[in-house]
Design a protein around this ligand. Structure first.
Ligand code: 5GP
Ligand code: ZN
Length: 116
């Protein structure tokens, strides 16, 4: 099921090319682009094309969730040492601000414990 889109969603607008982004990877199911305010030397968001609210909804498609992890690893290998942190903020009190599921890929340098 493709084509799910929320007209008010900033990441749906990025996917549609209506808001510019610095894309580092894309395929039929996901895109990846640099975070607007990076928290690490490499800070990329991996975003399924289909509008889903959070990782709990993404987990209903295990292959897509696994693909997000694979893409994250590939990005970390190409842009950093290969080590990375994969993060899904889930819900407002966990810091989620964009309610279109996205994985933060943080890499490069040394990531502190407890840091985003
Ligand atoms: P959240 O806090 O929801 O997990 O993360 C949302 C992330 O999206 C934030 O790190 C924020 O910097 C990033 N972000 C929000 N709007 C845009 C945008 O228009 N373009 C890009 N590249 N990143 C964005
Ligand atoms: Zn969306």
């Amino acid at each position: 099921a493709t084509g799910r889109r929320d007209p008010d969603c900033v990441f749906c607008k990025i996917l549609a090319g209506e808001i510019p982004s610095d894309r580092v990877y894309e395929d039929e199911t996901v895109i990846a682009f640099k975070d607007l305010s990076p928290k690490a030397p490499v800070h990329v968001l991996v975003v399924p094309r289909e509008h889903r609210r959070d990782v709990r909804e993404l987990a209903e498609q295990p292959e897509l969730l696994a693909h997000v992890a694979t893409v994250a690893g590939d990005i970390a290998s190409h842009q950093g040492s290969g080590d990375f942190r994969l993060l899904f903020n889930t819900g407002p009190s966990a810091g989620q601000t964009v309610f279109h599921v996205h994985a933060h890929v943080l890499a490069g340098g040394t990531l502190a414990e407890g840091e985003m």
